[in-house]
Design a protein around this ligand. Structure first.
Ligand code: ZN
Length: 143
C-alpha cells in the first residue's frame, strides 16, 4: 500500500511581534478612557486588520444594560465601517484578571477573523500581555 505524503498547509500570517502588541495595547488603553459606564469595568480594544490598519473601541454601556456595546464589537464594527473585513488580531485592555472576550464578542471575532486570529489581553498598562488564538480560546467553535 502506498501512502501519500499529507500536505501541510500553513496559511497563517506571521505572528505579531512584541512591538506590534505594545502598539495595540497603547491604543487600547488610550481608547479605554472614553468608556461610557454603568457597571464597574472600563474596557478598551484595538484590532489589527490583515492590511495592518488599527481600529479602536471602548465599551459603551446603556442604562438599559441589554443594549451595552462591548469594546471588541465597537472596534470591529468601526473597522467594518471603514471598509475593512479581515481581522488579524484583537487586543483588550481592562483592569481584570483573565479578561478574554465574551461569547458574543467571540462570535464577532470569528465572523471577521480566522481561528488563527490572535487575541491578547492585559490587566494593567505596560504589564504582561497574554495571547491566544481564537481557535485556542474556543477550540470547538462551529465553523
Ligand atoms: Zn463581549
Amino acid at each position: 500500500m502506498k501512502v501519500n505524503a499529507i500536505p501541510v498547509f500553513d496559511q497563517s500570517p506571521p505572528r505579531l511581534t512584541k512591538q506590534d502588541w505594545d502598539t495595540l495595547a497603547k491604543a487600547a488603553w488610550e481608547v479605554r478612557r472614553n468608556a461610557h459606564l454603568y457597571g464597574p469595568t472600563a474596557v478598551g480594544a484595538a484590532v489589527l486588520t490583515a492590511s495592518n490598519r488599527v481600529f479602536v473601541g471602548c465599551n459603551v454601556e446603556h442604562r438599559f444594560r441589554s443594549h451595552d456595546v462591548h469594546a471588541e464589537v465597537n472596534a470591529i464594527t468601526t473597522m467594518v465601517a471603514q471598509g475593512e473585513k479581515q481581522l488579524r488580531a484583537v487586543m483588550i485592555a481592562a483592569e481584570r484578571d483573565r479578561f478574554t472576550p465574551c461569547g458574543a464578542c467571540m462570535d464577532w471575532i470569528f465572523q471577521f477573523g480566522s481561528e488563527s486570529c490572535e487575541i491578547g489581553w492585559q490587566k494593567e498598562e505596560g504589564g504582561h500581555i497574554e495571547i491566544l488564538t481564537a481557535g485556542e480560546l474556543m477550540p470547538h467553535y462551529p465553523r
